[in-house]
Design a protein around this ligand. Structure first.
Ligand SMILES: *[C@@H]1O[C@H](CO)[C@@H](O)[C@H](O)[C@H]1NC(C)=O
Ligand SMILES: *[C@@H]1O[C@H](CO)[C@@H](O)[C@H](O)[C@H]1NC(C)=O
Ligand SMILES: *[C@@H]1O[C@H](CO)[C@@H](O)[C@H](O)[C@H]1NC(C)=O
Length: 386
């Protein structure tokens, strides 16, 4: 945004002027790139496999509104697309309290605990692994990259990932939905929201196949809405227990976020405002439940591990989509307040952005905390004219 347009907004007496600027976003982006690994096309070892997909999405979202970043992004996407598929992923996910997952990798901190059997290396052809949520994050990354490049290879990658997720739809024993993992031990919100979100995004990018993806998005939403995962306060718990009942698992910010993007894209595909109404109920409930003085927190702070450090940006990114489709002053304010707070209180001298958006800056900042915070900064800039 230019200084002139900032001044115009100030004069118009709208909400307080965002302090965050395009150059702040570019500085955050440059810091993120210091963790990009040209050997594997990922942000490894700074962060993990699925987090790297979120880094790519964050970069693509900023590239949509920043021509300088777009130029760099055009060189990153093809490198990641080629190299990440050659990466030998060795990982295992473990649940902590409140269903907080910690992923252990062979070449990233935290190291595999001694005595654990290492799973065999898995070459990542097609961005498929043993976790359907990880697959969904990569599908969204390639859809975001497609949006800024129009490269059909990225769209085709997302479509083929979707097919793999779709294979397990309806095998959960809960009347529909997909599993979290290939081992079929858990049905949770994130994998199902991602399945919905990927289908809904594809429904508006797939030409004659759009109706196919739209029907899948609608089928998943009908199931999800009635699955019990959305509780009486309109927040979303982590997943379902073995009897297909809400397990009361922690209300994580990312589970309130992905659904907003899915519903917004569904509304775009159908021109039906009911999806926007549902999204706003969830967004308002999430903001009420997870903010203090307007700033977003996850219940795990300050010990969110290598996975929980990614969550909040996912909420911000998807609230941005909702805001662009159907603006509300309160959502714009939320994005601006969070971006401003990150910049003022959660940053070190190298423009590294850390875990706690209200501050203080806590060690360590890494590609996960950086990309997550960048989502909020991009969100604030992207909605400035809404
Ligand atoms: C990049 O990742 C590889 C493993 O894929 C690792 O051996 C190497 O040390 C990493 N490079 C940097 C600069 O961290
Ligand atoms: C969005 O999806 C709807 C339903 O399939 C379709 O009619 C519309 O053309 C799509 N829009 C785009 C831009 O693909
Ligand atoms: C990244 O930083 C966060 C916040 O300090 C931390 O929880 C996480 O474990 C770090 N990730 C890695 C892979 O070290």
């Amino acid at each position: 945004m230019t200084r002139l347009s900032l001044a115009v907004i100030a004069l118009a007496g709208l909400h307080s002027v965002a302090a965050i600027t395009t150059s702040n976003a570019e500085a955050s982006f440059n810091t993120l790139l210091q963790w990009y690994n040209h050997t594997n096309g990922l942000f490894v070892p700074s962060t993990g496999w699925w987090n790297s997909a979120n880094c790519i999405t964050a970069i693509a979202d900023l590239a949509k509104i920043d021509a300088q970043v777009n130029i760099r992004a055009q060189t990153i996407f093809p490198e990641t697309w080629v190299l990440a598929q050659l990466y030998n992923l060795q990982m295992q996910k473990v649940f902590g309290p409140g269903y907080l997952v910690t992923t252990f990798y062979s070449d990233i901190f935290p190291e595999f605990p001694p005595g654990w059997n290492r799973p065999p290396p898995l070459q990542m052809t097609g961005f498929l692994n043993d976790y359907y949520d990880d697959e969904g994050w990569w599908a969204l990354a390639w859809i975001a990259a497609y949006d800024v490049t129009n490269n059909p290879q990225y769209l085709a990658t997302a479509q083929s990932i979707f097919e793999d997720m779709k294979k397990v739809y309806g095998t959960t024993g809960c009347g529909g939905g997909i599993w979290w993992n290939r081992a079929q031990t858990y049905v949770n919100a994130i994998a199902n929201e991602l399945f919905l979100d990927v289908a809904a995004h594809l429904a508006n990018r797939s030409g004659r196949s759009s109706a196919y993806y739209l029907s899948w998005a609608q089928k998943e939403w009908t199931w999800f809405k009635n699955s019990g995962m959305i509780n009486s306060e309109y927040t979303i718990n982590d997943g379902l227990d073995n009897s297909c009942k809400n397990n009361g698992g922690t209300v994580w910010s990312y589970n309130q976020g992905v659904i907003l993007g899915g519903l917004t894209e569904l509304s775009r595909a159908t021109n039906d405002a009911q999806y926007i109404d549902e999204a706003k109920k969830i967004a308002d409930a999430a903001i009420a439940a997870l903010t203090t003085n307007g700033i977003l927190h996850d219940p795990c702070e300050p010990n969110c591990g290598a996975d929980g450090s990614q969550f909040k940006g996912v909420f911000a990114r998807n609230l941005q989509l909702l805001q662009q489709a159907s603006p509300e002053a309160r959502y714009k304010q939320f994005l601006q307040d969070n971006a401003d707070s990150i910049w003022a209180h959660d940053r070190n001298a190298n423009n590294e952005l850390s875990l706690i958006w209200s501050g203080p800056f806590v060690q360590t900042a890494n590609a996960s905390t950086q990309s997550s915070a960048l989502d909020a900064i991009t969100g604030a800039l992207a909605v400035a004219q809404t």
